[in-house]
Design a protein around this ligand. Structure first.
Ligand code: PMP
Length: 363
């Protein structure tokens, strides 16, 4: 494979698809690297081992009842309010495909935020209303409510800024769009904060959708398993177009194990460890004069503003440490995002940062 797109094939591809800049996933942007310390994808370094059993000659259930029930119990909703998908990413795409007419409807986004909302919209030729977060990373409510979308995406805790969006703000958006749009609250990182999820608002708001994943606190990014929580009518609309067999049988088995009481307790203990490492890292980073700004965080990552993000990222990469550049995000010039790894990885990172800034000062 040369990677060169044959001219004739290129003519066949949809122009709206060719126009897309693919999501620069942490894996895609550094594929082939031999780095040892992966702090660039908000994964959880504290992994658990799982066993898979059985034969795989039969197609799996589209939506296995046992897993629907397990997640419903965990999230405190009814099982007909849950959809399981290939990661939360698939749910984002299903929502846009199910609810937005191409070239006609729009979604509202509040950057800097998770990149896949815009990319999924673009691939479906759905317009985007861009309403930046305020300077203190909150929703700009008057500007949001001035848009006429089919879907509003709110990420809380927000990737990459790390803050939660207050429930009162989310309720204002839900009220305003009660009959005209769905409000999608992406809670991929919800386990890292003790505050309650907005899932408890599902009873009051038929237009609320909550996205969840096993990729973060549950340390199962490689599993590709996410959940949508919404009222049954929304779930049924998504089921209209979901792939016939979106979940491999081993995925279902492992997800069920991860949602047993003991495993949930273990996950919560890991969250305590990660949050402590994060708080220690924030204190450390604030003490480095080369770091201009350290964002507070309610998730498993921290934003840092430096003089030259590309230079710092290269220097860390040479020492086998991968972090993520966020400089192309609105308002985040020279900002890097550091995912919180295990204690040893954080020690290596802190040592590398200390050396880097000592060297910069001496030049
Ligand atoms: N939402 C947010 C805010 C994320 O950061 C991510 C993953 N980086 C996702 C959704 C997608 O998660 P999944 O691995 O479940 O597809």
């Amino acid at each position: 494979m040369t990677g060169v797109i044959n001219d004739a094939i290129s003519k066949l591809a949809r122009s709206s698809v060719k126009a897309i800049t693919p999501y620069a996933s942490a894996r895609r942007s550094i594929s082939g690297t031999t780095a040892a310390t992966w702090l660039n994808a908000n994964e959880n370094a504290l992994a658990t081992e799982y066993q898979v059993a059985g034969e795989f000659n039969r197609y799996p259930d589209c939506q296995p009842a046992i897993l629907l029930q397990a997640y419903a119990n965990y999230a405190g909703v009814a099982s007909n309010q849950v959809l399981i998908s290939r990661g939360a990413d698939e749910a984002i795409e299903l929502l846009i495909r199910s609810f937005c007419e191409p070239k006609q409807d729009s979604i509202t986004l509040c950057p800097p935020t998770y990149g896949m909302y815009a990319i999924s919209a673009q691939s479906q030729q759905v317009n985007t209303n861009i309403v930046p977060l305020t300077a203190d990373c909150q929703l700009d409510l008057p500007a949001i409510l001035a848009t006429k979308p089919k879907l509003v995406f709110i990420c809380s805790p927000n990737n990459p800024t790390g803050n939660i969006i207050p429930q009162a703000q989310i309720i204002t958006v839900l009220e305003h769009y009660k009959t005209s749009a769905l409000v999608v609250v992406d809670e991929a990182y919800i386990e890292f904060i003790s505050q309650s999820s907005v899932a408890s608002l599902l009873k009051q708001y038929p237009n609320l959708v909550v996205l969840r994943t096993l990729s973060k606190a549950f340390a199962l990014a490689g599993l590709r398993c996410g959940f949508t929580l919404a009222n049954a009518d929304v779930i049924n609309a998504l089921k209209q177009i979901i792939a016939p067999y979106p979940l491999a049988e081993p995925v279902v088995q492992i997800a069920c194990q991860a949602l047993q009481t003991d495993a949930i307790n273990e996950m919560q203990q890991k969250v305590v460890v990660i949050n402590q490492l994060r708080n220690n890292f924030i204190d450390f980073a604030k003490g480095l004069s080369g770091i201009k700004k350290v964002w507070p965080s309610d998730a498993n990552f921290v934003l840092l503003q430096v003089a030259d993000a590309t230079h710092l990222i290269k220097a860390l990469q040479q020492q086998g440490i991968l972090v993520r550049n966020q400089s192309n995000q609105l308002g985040l010039a020279e900002v890097v995002r550091v995912s919180i790894g295990n204690a040893e990885q954080m020690q290596n990172l802190q040592q590398a940062l200390q050396n880097y800034f000592n060297l910069q000062e001496s030049i």
